[in-house]
Design a protein around this ligand. Sequence first.
Ligand code: S3P
Length: 176
Amino acid sequence: MDNNIILIGFMGCGKSSLGVRLSYRMRRTLADTDKIIERRKRMAVSEIFDKLGEEAFRQMETQCLERLLVRKEPQVIAVGGGLPVREQNQELLKKLGTVIYLRATAETVCERLAYDNTRPLLQGENPEEKVRKLMKEREGIYESVADYMVDTDGRNVDEIADEVLGYFSNLPKLRK
Ligand code: S3P
């Protein structure tokens, strides 16, 4: 199925909460790759990183996209922040539908994730530095995969949902 709406962006940019809101407003089901993997493995993402390693988790993300591709009805799909980094996943994302990049500054992300202990890549010393470094590595990738980019700083979830829905309603109708 190629007309899904896929939300990408850095950890803490609001993909999951926007996903919930869009799925409600568009009456579509929501697929959240982290949650799908956690359900399937019966382990939290941090436990998967810890016990099986990051590479195994990345493999699971790719499998998850491949499974979503064969679904019939269009969905809203929120993906983990590191998923678009794999080249194979970039191709799969483009095949799956329209990719929306939720952009947030490092300051916003750090503020939102200040007390978070569920993101294995940001644990330990100096999480701010980790955010800035990873963000720098990933920004260009997010931009190149995205069909549309939304700024999320200082905006609530309904304002962001309005902008995304506005983007879709202004697109020329290619299919009846
Ligand atoms: C990751 C982001 C997380 C989760 C995992 C790795 C990343 O998802 O997939 O901790 O590499 O950026 P969120 O973006 O939903 O936090």
